[in-house]
Design a protein around this ligand. Structure first.
Ligand SMILES: Cc1ncc(C[n+]2csc(CCOP(=O)(O)OP(=O)(O)O)c2C)c(N)n1
Ligand SMILES: CC(=O)[C@@H](O)[C@H](O)COP(=O)(O)O
Ligand SMILES: [Mg+2]
Length: 618
């Protein structure tokens, strides 16, 4: 088992290997990856695709002196395996375990923390510029996917890199997939290079010739060598897009041919100025089920290796959003849906099937998506931009400048709000209540459950201005508590009447508050529980009443305490000169690591038990 993998404890061990041994090592690594991720969950398909590429990089370059910067970082598992962390894979993405992304504090080989896409060329260009100022000598390599290179930042960085002309290598790992099918003009252009390339044409011709002329194995091997050397001569090709920016294009290169990869990396290492290597890989390579469904195997939870069966899950909140939007679109022909490369994640894949002409996947381009939505609204449409909370951070200025100042009726469906779990600190949606709190013109709401989310979507139709609705990652759930009638703007609802303490909970924290209240029954403590559906506007009438009636006001939110819902309530109390004890419960002002949501809530005092303890202490 793992004969070759067992020999590798550091990149030095790869340097000692022959190409044939590296190929056997690649086989071991694929087996290890599939086995290990089937037990922990994680990003499988992208990692299976970069095995040879990663090994070739570690063969040619000296990490960590040479700097390999992984874009997004979800494909850095092979890099982690060969840089001394293979034994930690049992804890991958678990609480206190190995991160699923590069982390500077995990290993000196992880050059830069990532999680969001399209940052690697900027980081690498920065490192290369600093290297030259400090007269240092090493290689800098950015590894970026065909999906991530569509992100605005990556294009900005290429523009700059071609201008400063630093010695640097950009490896474009092209598997013709983002999470879902890659989209856009850039993707089309890259695909056309692959299908039109002289290399591929020559390859096809030579292969045809070989199949006619080679009768035995020995001839085949020799013929293959001839083929490789013929093909080798045809790299580089021209690619006007990159070449005209000042970045020398080499490709396309077979990303599963170790020898070809090593040769081209050595050439690139010795080249002056920036180069881009267009490496073609197959997402999911080597595991049949992942090759067939790379989108399903992009990020997986535990699965059965033999059958490839992924655990069936209940309907997600995102799916409910997709279905609701379809329902609304039937009645309102102005509704259009926008995603930035997350159709399956946000549930908009469902919308696309029914309304392909009213659906836009703009690629990994959150900033463009926000301003594009404003443009659609300008021309009379009713855009719904579904986006993960942490990725919307990218488009903060566009939300302010293009949606809110101009008061456009764009609705932001903010998915993955709050703690998301195993992706960790780069992906928790912990800031949106704070960053939207201070922006004029926008109505911000968070539902207690999925039914209320649907009602909020109905309400958004009547608001001729910007709206944001935030909801968590996970399965649909129904509390069956309080009213499910139409909601009025800014109206809270009292779910349980108690005494002394009133809990104002927003979004998914209503569920935690209700569970905390049940725990407290054993202690004979019964707080009043309010479903505070709106971050803004707040329900001033109810708040005046509550603040006068109760000794303790407690706010709970799945968002950083600083500047969020609690802060808004504090401001109300100060502005109105009330003298009352207020306790804000929420996420601490720190970056929160990965783990299951329950473990995280427990560790930061946001689980129902912790909330009950806190109330008791009041
Ligand atoms: C700013 C941002 N938007 C969206 C995502 C979600 N996301 C993670 S990986 C990915 C696809 C990346 O495609 P590509 O770069 O081609 O890598 P591959 O998975 O194909 O190897 C997306 C959309 C993200 N991480 N960051
Ligand atoms: C790497 C990345 O950003 C995505 O793959 C992300 O992990 C998806 O998260 P969900 O599983 O919540 O859709
Ligand atoms: Mg890709």
């Amino acid at each position: 088992m793992y004969k070759y993998l067992n020999k590798v404890n550091s990149p030095k061990d790869i340097k000692a290997m022959s190409v044939e041994e590296m190929d056997l090592l690649a086989k071991d690594i694929r087996k290890f990856l599939v086995k290990s991720v089937s037990n922990t969950g994680g990003h499988l398909a992208s990692n299976l695709g970069v095995v040879e590429l990663t090994l070739a990089l570690h063969k040619v370059f000296d990490s960590p002196e040479d700097k390999i910067v992984w874009d997004v970082g979800h494909q850095s598992y092979v890099h982690k395996i060969v840089t001394g962390r293979k034994n930690d894979f049992t804890s991958l993405r678990q609480f206190n375990g190995l991160s699923g992304f590069p982390k500077e504090n995990e290993s000196p080989h992880d050059i830069f923390d990532t999680g969001h896409s399209s940052t690697s060329i900027s980081v690498a260009t920065g490192i290369a510029c600093a290297r030259d100022i400090k007269n240092e000598d090493y290689s800098v390599i950015s590894v970026i996917g065909d999906g991530s290179i569509t992100g605005g930042m990556a294009l900005e960085a290429l523009n700059h890199l071609g201008y400063v002309k630093k010695n640097m290598i950009v490896i474009l790992n092209d598997n013709e997939m983002s999470i879902d099918k890659n989209v856009g003009g850039m993707s089309r252009h890259l695909s056309s290079i692959i299908s039109n390339s002289t290399v591929n044409k020559v390859k096809d011709e030579v292969e045809k010739l070989l199949s006619i002329t080679s009768t035995g194995n020995a001839i085949s091997k020799t013929a293959n060598k001839v083929k490789d050397s013929i093909i080798g001569k045809f790299i580089p090709q021209e690619c006007a897009l990159f070449d005209s920016l000042g970045i020398k294009y080499y490709g396309p290169i077979d990303g599963h041919n170790t020898k070809e990869l090593i040769d081209i990396l050595i050439k690139a290492k010795n080249k002056k100025g920036p180069v881009l290597l267009h490496v073609i890989t197959k997402k999911g390579k080597g595991y049949k089920f992942a090759e067939e469904k790379p989108d399903k195997y992009h990020g997986v939870s535990k699965f059965d290796i033999r059958t490839g069966v992924l655990p069936s899950s209940n309907k997600s909140i995102s799916c409910a959003v997709g279905e609701k939007l379809i329902d609304m679109a039937k009645k309102n022909e102005n509704i259009v849906a926008i995603t930035a490369a997350m159709p399956s994640g946000t549930g908009l894949n469902l919308f696309e099937k029914v309304y392909p002409n009213r659906y836009y996947d703009v690629g990994i381009a959150e900033q463009h998506a926000a301003t594009f939505s404003a443009g659609l609204a300008k021309n009379g449409l009713k855009p719904y931009f579904a986006v993960y909370s942490s990725f919307l951070q990218r488009a903060y200025d566009q939300v302010i400048h293009d949606i809110c100042i101009t008061n456009k009726p764009v609705t932001l469906l903010i998915d993955r709000a709050g703690i998301v779990g195993n992706d960790g600190e780069t992906h928790h949606g912990m800031f949106d209540l704070s960053y939207l709190n201070s922006v004029p013109n926008i109505t911000v709401m968070a539902p207690k459950d999925t039914r209320e989310l649907e009602l909020m979507m109905d309400l958004s139709l009547d608001i001729n201005a910007p709206v944001a609705i935030r909801y968590p990652r996970g399965n649909s759930y129904y509390l069956n508590k309080g009213s499910y009638e139409n909601i009025n703007i800014g109206q809270y609802e009292v779910l349980e009447e108690g005494k002394d303490t009133v809990i104002l909970a927003i979004g998914n924290m209503v569920k935690h508050a209700l569970e905390a209240s049940e725990i407290l029954l054993n202690e004979d403590i019964k707080p009043t529980i309010v479903n505070a559906r709106f971050l803004k506007p707040i329900d001033e009438t109810l708040l005046h009443k509550l603040v006068k009636e109760y000794k303790n006001i407690v706010t709970i939110e799945d968002n950083i305490i600083t500047g969020g819902f609690g802060s808004r309530i504090n401001q109300f109390i100060i502005d109105n000169g009330y003298d009352v004890k207020v306790t804000n419960i929420g996420l601490p002002e720190t970056f929160i690591p990965h783990g299951s949501p329950n473990e995280i809530y427990d560790s930061i005092g946001l689980s129902p038990n912790c909330i009950a303890d806190k109330i008791k202490s009041l």
